[in-house]
Design a protein around this ligand. Structure first.
Ligand SMILES: Cc1cc2nc3c(=O)[nH]c(=O)nc-3n(C[C@H](O)[C@H](O)[C@H](O)COP(=O)(O)OP(=O)(O)OC[C@H]3O[C@@H](n4cnc5c(N)ncnc54)[C@H](O)[C@@H]3O)c2cc1C
Length: 342
């Protein structure tokens, strides 16, 4: 719970993993008319869509950043998801900070920094996930910068006989080794495979957290593997990015075909893939994972252009319109142009 005044009022819920708590929230939602979700990250937007689908009349998302999902995707991807949410009846306030949750014992409204009030019978917090490291603190294990239990790459804590993995453990980024605040099931299971293998002797080390995630609302899905262009620049990389849009069936009029957009971000000097984003249908899931394999192996644009893919009309894009390869080719053209200019 963030320290926003009024967070302890009746009708304010966080998305915590406790079945009785969430069942009670669901019961309350059945009679709610006005729901405000604080935080337009992937938990906030997915829960707001589920609530809207369940029949609640007014559902609003309030996001402090300029766009929903801006910590997960570059702006053009965020805008597409915002349009999808609006088309499904969800009201979005971006660049808006909630300064108080108001009412008597029961929540009645929220107030934004610009003074606007939004009526609310239920407020849901989609923000504020932190490591649960209480037990580790009690027994004196070292705690890291993001509040997780410090582990080495073998997932050993500061006590060599204790391993930690998952949300409670501190993470290091694949990109440069600094602390990473990402907490995901995909990271937890990788770390579990490392820790489990190492309990009887060190056999595995984590390469660091790449960060791979997806977001789906209705038939629109987004996915990221590694760094977005915004994140790469914030990490200090000079980047070259390229976008490809193609249909994921061939011919494109086959039923179930969807337009898939792929953006790849490369280090401008090294040509190495730093990350990629995908927008499309359910096929986005495995495309983001294929991009992650390229990131993890530090593949260059040239190596990706030589990627050997399989093809079938009903289940893949045409081999001449294979998005990951064509985005890499487009990036190579930009790299050549940049070299010619310098
Ligand atoms: C709404 C929501 C949606 C998400 N969606 C995704 C997604 O799409 N993709 C993704 O990769 N990640 C997603 N995540 C994140 C993902 O759920 C977590 O990263 C993942 O569950 C972490 O696994 P874990 O085993 O470390 O922790 P948990 O799954 O939290 O498991 C820890 C368990 O330990 C128990 N426990 C805690 N303290 C003690 C104790 N002292 N003694 C005994 N037991 C204890 C807890 O009750 C809990 O059951 C989502 C999270 C939320 C909240």
């Amino acid at each position: 719970m963030p320290p926003t005044p009024g967070h302890d009022k009746d009708g304010v819920y966080a998305i915590i993993k406790e079945i009785p708590y969430l069942t009670e929230m669901q019961k309350r939602l059945k009679s709610a008319k006005n729901v405000v979700v604080i935080g337009g990250g992937f938990i906030g937007i997915e829960i707001s869509d589920e609530i809207k689908k369940s029949g609640v009349e007014n559902v609003s998302v309030v996001e402090i950043e300029e766009h929903c999902l801006s910590q997960s995707y570059d702006d053009d991807f965020c805008v597409e998801m915002e349009e999808q949410l609006r088309s499904r009846g969800i009201v979005i306030y971006t660049g808006s900070k909630i300064v108080s949750i108001d009412g008597g014992e029961q929540v009645e409204s929220v107030t934004l920094a610009d003074g606007k009030k939004i009526v609310a019978d239920i407020v849901i917090l989609g923000i504020g996930a932190v490591a649960n490291a209480d037990l580790a603190k009690k027994i004196g294990l070292r705690i890291g910068l993001t509040g997780g239990i410090v582990v080495d790459r073998a997932m050993r804590t500061s006590d060599a006989n204790i391993f930690a993995c998952g949300d409670c453990a501190e993470k290091v980024s694949f990109f440069g080794g600094n602390s990473s605040a990402l907490r995901l099931a995909s990271i937890a299971t990788l770390e579990a495979r490392v820790a489990g293998a190492n309990v009887f002797g060190i056999k595995r080390e984590t390469p660091g957290t790449i960060g791979v995630w997806g977001t789906a609302v209705g038939n629109l899905a987004l996915g990221t593997a590694g760094l977005t262009e915004k994140m790469a620049k914030a990490h200090g990389y000079k980047v070259i990015s390229a976008v490809n849009e193609s249909i994921n069936r061939h011919p494109g009029k086959l039923s179930g075909a969807a337009n898939v957009k792929i953006k790849l971000v490369f280090g401008a000097n090294s040509g190495i893939l730093l990350g990629g984003q995908v927008r499309g249908d359910a096929s986005v899931g495995e495309i983001m994972n294929a991009i992650s394999a390229c990131v993890q192996n530090r593949m260059t644009a040239e190596q990706i252009a030589m990627f050997q893919s399989g093809t079938h009309p009903m289940i893949t894009a045409s081999p001449i319109a294979y998005g990951i390869v064509n985005a890499a080719e487009a990036a190579i053209s930009k790299m050549v142009e940049a070299k010619d200019r310098s």
